[in-house]
Design a protein around this ligand. Structure first.
Ligand code: UDP
Ligand code: MG
Length: 148
């Protein structure tokens, strides 16, 4: 069964959207195999977004993911491992386009995202490919924190 990594980003946490976002994945029949609240460090986020290294916006994206643009008491991010048939592509379809201004209105990013402070504050991260999912799950979770 395929697995994928979901991160509830600080903009969505601030807007209290965690439950609504999770309910959409539950409605797709996906199983929660791992769940945790993480105090995200800059080091972890730079590893997570290694593909953005060298882009002009990577620093802003890392600051956003550390909660700098939102009103949170700490650097919290909620991380989930979801499992199910074609979990990666089905979750990405539920998210919509990276840019919330271009995301279809029925998608999570289309409904809950915005572009602010030069960053696409798009509510939720999901792995783009099964290979990316394996790398990201290993980054955010210890093996014993994910159901066998
Ligand atoms: N991002 C941004 N501006 C860009 C590209 C990316 O603010 O031009 C941010 C955005 O929050 C995005 C994240 O960096 O979700 C990771 O970028 P990626 O291209 O991997 O998009 P995703 O896989 O999240 O759709
Ligand atoms: Mg990506």
């Amino acid at each position: 069964m395929e697995q994928t990594l979901i991160l509830i980003k600080p903009d969505a946490i601030e807007k209290r959207l965690t439950g609504i976002i999770l309910s959409r994945f539950e409605a797709l029949g996906l199983e929660i195999a791992g769940a945790k609240a993480v105090s995200a460090t800059e080091e972890l986020l730079r590893k997570h977004y290694a593909n953005l290294a060298g882009t002009p916006f990577v620093d802003e994206v890392v600051r956003f993911m550390m909660g700098d643009y939102n009103h949170l008491p700490d650097h919290r991010i909620y991380a989930f491992v979801l499992r199910g048939e074609n979990a990666v592509s089905r979750v990405r379809a539920a998210l919509g386009a990276t840019n919330p201004d271009k995301a279809e209105p029925w998608t999570l990013r289309g409904q809950f995202g915005c572009v602010k402070n030069g960053v696409m504050q798009n509510a939720v991260h999901a792995s783009g490919t099964p290979e990316e999912a394996a790398r990201e799950i290993a980054l955010w979770f210890k093996p014993e924190e994910v159901l066998a």
